[in-house]
Design a protein around this ligand. Structure first.
Ligand code: A4P
Ligand code: MG
Length: 151
């Protein structure tokens, strides 16, 4: 069974409600099994500081879908929860669902890059990931614990 790790983020319209709602949708989704969810972490916005703080979390799941199928599902959930894709990069959002890891796969597709291209640099990803999967490594063998310690 391949374990999938998902990053969740929100900084608009009651972030706690947004994360809980997305997790509930995933838990009830046919073909998805939600195994673990981290605590919710309040974090300072990265890159574009002129916006509200984020609430971030990481979830562990398994599913019967291929990575691009799962991406479609995640983007539908974002849209259902009122995500508006802005032209401004890193703008505020009601819900962001990022695929961090899909088993040990390495994917370079125009729509999907796995491992997520910045996960190794982001405290708000690595800290909740460490909470639920302290021994996890990236496909290249780097330990998430070591990446977190380096930040
Ligand atoms: N895409 C490629 N790879 C992936 C992947 N592994 N998971 C493509 C999900 N999507 C992936 O994403 C743009 C496109 O990336 C998608 O259409 C998909 O095909 P998006 O969610 O529409 O746009 P975005 O999230 O605004 O862009 P980007 O560059 O992914 O932003 P980030 O890197 O996710 O940054 N600060 C804090 N504290 N907490 C946060 O959660 N998030 C961001 C967003 C900035 N600052 C933050 C946080
Ligand atoms: Mg995103």
């Amino acid at each position: 069974m391949e374990l999938v790790y998902l990053g969740l983020g929100s900084n608009l319209n009651h972030p706690q409600h947004q994360l809980n709602k997305a997790l509930q949708t995933l838990a009830n989704y046919n073909g998805i099994k939600l195994h673990q969810v981290s605590s919710f972490y309040q974090t300072k916005p990265l890159n574009n500081a002129n916006q509200p703080d984020y609430l971030n979390a990481v979830a562990e799941l398994s599913c019967k879908y291929q990575p691009l199928e799962l991406l479609d599902i995640l983007q539908n959930i974002e849209t259902m929860q009122g995500r508006i894709r802005s032209d401004i990069r890193w703008s505020s959002r009601t819900l962001d669902l990022d695929l961090l890891l899909f088993g040990k796969r390495i994917i370079n597709h125009p729509r999907l890059i796995i491992p997520h291209y910045q996960m190794h640099l982001r405290h708000f990803v690595l800290q909740p990931l460490y909470e639920i999967a302290p021994n996890l490594s990236l496909p290249n063998g780097q330990k998430c614990k070591d990446l977190l310690a380096k930040l």
